[in-house]
Design a protein around this ligand. Structure first.
Ligand code: NAP
Ligand code: HSE
Length: 442
């Protein structure tokens, strides 16, 4: 057997503590599968007094992640989080020192991934980040290795467990958004700052990484159009279901004639589609490519076990790699050959739309709305009228309001926005209109 692989972990929270526990409890099995022992040599946390579920005397403790990252270890595992500060400095330091890195930190990779991939290539070490995208689903390995002979045309999916958990429980159990978020936090799914989850940024970080792997471009998280789920109400969820749809927070990236369209937003997916069946913390990523056709992978997207499983797979790959072996580039292509990201404008997006409006019950309102839609050449697939607009949504409670739900045929986003602006100016709306994009499923 080869020499044991010495592992240093920075961060023993939801993910790190679970990873440490599995490395210790499955040591025999891991040694057999990797051809060498995996040894947890050292750790770094902020507060040493907390119980981490490991024997405190079995490891060396560090207060400084950079010191741990450059100590006598073979693999540095960064599980602290944050896109600057100790996470960035320690990963940089490890890679420069020729130490392999494993991280679950999508925020860090979305911001500094190209630089870090370049450092790994220069030092001839691995930068593995399976746990950073879609939790336990081995999507990075599939895109980087298994689909190497494919040109990807579209990648999309549910990439945030917290949001999918919230939307599922709002629909299934009728719970409020706040109650569902609190549960997701208690279960260890949410980010330290859950705004990253519910505002869509976490999905955008993951999509930015998948976009780079799919299209060979630099990672460009700032170029992604992002809308979170904070404005989704139980009314929307109910109306969607009545019309044969379910609302999911999707990340979608595809090539268009004017560049790459990368977007994160609540999306209407047909109730019968496979992605509509993905519930709770489960994630799913679908890939459409020229050789393989379409495939979809699903699995647990967040939580200690799922994420530790992915990180451990990355460590096992490092344990099995041989000194002097030329590693494949972290982003699938050499960092310096990644193309610039050319963004397609969101206003050019084409698709169907769900629009929910609270309309004052006045004569001429419906005719005015129909006129504004037709001025923009928008054709309607279905119209539903209801007298059950929630009072909380209505600006002027002296007037009766009714709910109007429209599903459009495929049209341009610029046309929808222009029509909604004109309808708002006409003064018939009792509340801000809700607009949710419909995604065509292959
Ligand atoms: P967490 O529970 O908040 O744990 C963070 C850990 O990092 C804690 O042990 C904390 O120490 C330690 N830490 C933070 N700042 C530090 C510093 N400056 N120096 C030393 N230690 C520091 O976070 P988590 O949920 O495990 O997530 C860790 C990473 O995995 C993040 O990048 C996250 O985005 C990613 N991730 C998480 C999940 C998930 O489901 N939770 C899934 C995929 C990816 P103390 O315990 O002493 O405070
Ligand atoms: N907060 C993230 C989520 C963790 O809910 O998906 C997994 O990346």
């Amino acid at each position: 057997m080869d020499k044991p692989l010495k592992i240093g972990i920075a961060g023993l929270g939801t993910v790190g503590a679970e990873l440490a526990r599995i490395i210790n409890s499955k040591s025999n099995m891991l040694a057999e599968r990797c051809g060498r022992a995996l040894v947890l040599k050292s750790v770094c946390v902020r507060d040493r007094s907390k119980d981490r579920g490991i024997d405190p005397n079995s490891v060396e403790w560090f207060d400084d992640a950079v010191a741990l990252a450059t100590s006598d270890i073979d693999v540095y595992v960064e599980l602290m989080g944050g896109d600057e500060g100790p996470a960035l400095e320690s990963v940089r330091a490890a890679l420069k020192a020729g130490i392999h890195v494993v991280t679950a930190n999508k925020a860090l990779l979305a911001k500094h991934g190209v630089e870090l991939a370049g450092l790994a290539e220069n030092s001839g070490v691995l930068l593995n980040y399976e746990a950073a995208v879609a939790g336990g689903i081995p999507i990075i390995k599939v895109m980087r290795e298994s689909l190497a002979g494919n040109d990807v045309t579209r990648v999309y999916g549910i990439m945030n467990g917290t949001c999918n958990y919230i939307l599922t429980r709002m629909e299934d159990d009728g719970l409020s958004f706040e109650e569902c978020l609190a549960d997701a936090q208690r279960l260890g799914y949410a980010e330290a700052d859950p705004a990253f989850d519910i505002e869509g940024d976490d999905t955008a970080h993951k999509l930015a990484i998948l976009t780079s792997l799919s299209f060979g471009t630099k990672i460009a998280a700032d170029e992604i159009y992002v809308e979170g789920i904070t404005k989704i109400t139980t009314e929307d969820i109910r109306a969607a279901k009545d019309l044969g749809y379910r609302i999911k927070l999707l990340g979608v990236a595809c090539r268009t004639d004017s560049g790459i369209e990368s977007r994160v937003h609540p999306t209407m997916v047909p109730l019968a589609s496979p992605i509509a069946q993905i519930s709770g913390v489960t994630n799913a990523v679908a890939i459409e490519a020229d050789v393989v056709g379409s495939l979809m992978m699903s699995g647990p997207g967040a939580g200690g076990g799922a994420t530790a499983s992915a990180a451990l797979g990355d460590i096992a790959d490092i344990a099995k790699s041989r000194p002097g072996h030329q590693h494949g580039p972290a982003l699938g292509r050499p960092a310096e050959r990644l193309e610039p990201y050319v963004r397609a404008k969101m206003r050019q997006h084409e698709g169907g739309y769900f629009i929910r409006m609270s309309v004052f019950d006045r004569s001429g309102a419906m005719a005015a709305i129909a006129t504004r839609m037709s001025e923009q050449d928008i054709s309607l697939e279905s119209i539903v009228q209801r007298r059950d607009t929630p009072r909380s949504e209505v600006k002027n409670t002296d007037l009766d309001a009714q709910t109007l739900i429209l599903i459009t045929h495929e049209t341009h986003e610029s046309a929808i926005r222009a029509a909604l602006e004109a309808i708002s100016k006409d003064g018939y709306l009792a509340a801000e209109p809700q607009m949710i994009r419909i995604e065509e499923m292959g």
